[in-house]
Design a protein around this ligand. Structure first.
Ligand code: NDP
Length: 450
């Protein structure tokens, strides 16, 4: 579909011609630019200053070779990336993803989204993202360490506590952050808060592990409360994935009175009508690094189905996609709607296809987009940066209370922006606009140099 604004169409056409074949990046840019139709009408000064032309082009994109030696003594070569997309409101900030699907398009889509997400948190952090096509699955600890050290040997030249502060994402948890932090310190002889998601014994923040999943539920609870006068209490919840975000979303949704009945991994999904036993999931995924299907060997009454898409055919009130991009398509959205889903909030980045989002909005399903709903992770990473700068650590309760407050504010800022720009209740547009305006303002103040 063409843009209504000729100007936005021109910007998008240029992005398409400059980034040919980068489907995920183009999808993310298109979704954001679509939200800007009312902005270009109301704010000609932003158009005049070329802010939108500039924001779709990364400030810097780094690609590098990562060579390492496997347990058989064989040399392996992967490709590493870091995109430093926008530093108007603070140092670049965004996770590192280790997954075989990582490529320039995926990193740029994630980095672009990160600009608006980070701005929405209200904290001073710019947008960045990175990673590698390295597949951590099935690798030994030694292989993971050697890969992380080699990756950081190059990355260390481009990052720093006041420049660019990476964190975890898919395939990067406390273990990988530890190896990378150790290598950075070794190379630079500096103990600084250059990474977040660190272990508690060397500068990590309490509640960072839980933050994205907890934040997602705080956001969803506020959305239910403000828009439907409702809550998690008594609701059936389906959550995809079984990694960091899914696990802690399950924990908080359960604490808030919901019953989580399904989780998945990239092979299939489990259904437990009695409510997921999270201790069992944590043992399998966090301790043994096993597969989700093992849950059914340990919990009576639970069933496993091969293939992950079927998870969306399970009847539920609230759906929280927490696995990966484009995991929930139009057909899955139809299944959820036909089963009476009332709210969908995205824990993963861009898990719903544009067709799915359209269907949810047309059916009046409450829809919390990723850059608002999953911003709790990066918000708490920024709180980790504050603690590192102060050389102090806050209690779990302090961090959790700040996180909750941030998520409630993100909901209201997104909602209010949707209202101010004539699309009340459309949180996709509201989140994009609210995130954008702050960055745009900072870019205007700083002049045109890049
Ligand atoms: P993890 O690596 O901890 O977990 C990812 C989970 O998703 C794994 O269980 C993985 O299964 C599963 N998965 C991957 N692909 C599919 C698929 N096609 N269908 C079903 N399950 C799948 O990553 P995180 O939990 O950290 O990240 C999940 C999502 O949340 C990502 O989109 C990430 O960008 C986003 N996010 C994460 C944040 C964080 O703080 N960690 C912050 C904000 C967003 P398998 O083991 O089989 O690969």
């Amino acid at each position: 579909m063409a843009f209504k604004s000729e100007y936005l169409q021109k910007v998008y056409d240029k992005v398409c011609s400059r980034n040919k074949g980068e489907e995920e990046f183009l999808q993310a840019v298109r979704e954001v630019l679509e939200s800007f139709e009312p902005v270009v009408e109301k704010r000609p000064d932003i158009v005049e200053a070329g802010i939108i032309d500039r924001i779709v082009e990364p400030e810097r994109f780094i690609q590098f070779r990562v060579s390492w030696v496997d347990d058989n003594g064989k040399v392996q070569v992967n490709r590493g990336f870091r995109v430093q997309f926008n530093s108007a409101i603070g140092p670049y900030k965004g996770g590192l993803r280790l997954h075989p699907t990582v490529c320039a398009s995926v990193i740029k889509f994630l980095g672009f989204e990160q600009i608006f997400k980070n701005s929405l948190t209200g904290l001073p952090i710019g947008g960045g993202k990175g990673g590698s096509d390295f597949d951590p699955k099935g690798k030994s600890d030694g292989e993971i360490m050697r890969f992380c050290q080699s990756f950081m040997t190059e990355l260390s030249k481009h990052i720093g506590a006041d420049t660019d502060v990476p964190a975890g994402d898919i395939g990067v948890g406390a273990r990988e952050i530890g190896y990378m932090f150790g290598q950075y310190k070794r190379l630079r002889n500096e103990f600084t808060g250059v990474l977040t998601g660190k272990g508690l014994s060397y500068g990590g923040s309490l509640a960072r592990t839980e933050a994205t999943g907890y934040g997602l539920c705080y956001f969803t609870e506020e959305m239910l409360n403000s828009m439907k006068n409702d809550s998690f209490k008594g609701k059936t919840v389906v959550i995809s994935g079984s990694g960091n975000v899914a696990i802690y979303a399950t924990q908080k949704a359960t604490q808030l009175g919901g019953k989580v009945v399904a989780l998945s991994d990239s092979n299939g999904y489990i259904y437990d009508p009695n409510g997921i036993n999270l201790d069992v999931v944590k043992q399998i995924k966090e301790v043994e690094r096993g597969r989700i299907k093992e849950y059914c060997d340990r919990v009576q009454g639970a069933t496993y189905t091969e293939g992950c898409k079927g998870i969306w055919t399970i009847k539920c009130d609230i759906a929280l996609p927490c696995a990966t991009q484009n995991e929930l398509d139009g057909e899955s959205a139809d299944a959820l709607i036909n089963n009476g889903v009332m709210a969908v909030a995205e824990g993963a980045n861009m898990p719903s296809t544009p067709e799915a989002v359209e269907k949810f909005q047309a059916a009046g399903v409450l829809f919390g987009p990723a850059k608002a709903a999953n911003a709790g992770g990066v918000a708490t990473s920024a709180l980790e940066m504050s603690q590192n700068s102060e050389r102090l650590s806050w209690t779990f309760e302090e961090v959790d209370a700040k996180l909750k407050n941030i998520m409630v504010n993100i909901f209201h800022n997104s909602y209010n922006a949707s209202k101010d720009f004539g699309v009340e209740g459309n949180l996709v547009a509201g989140a994009n606009i609210a995130g954008f305006l702050k960055v745009a303002d900072a870019m205007m103040w700083q002049g045109i140099s890049y």
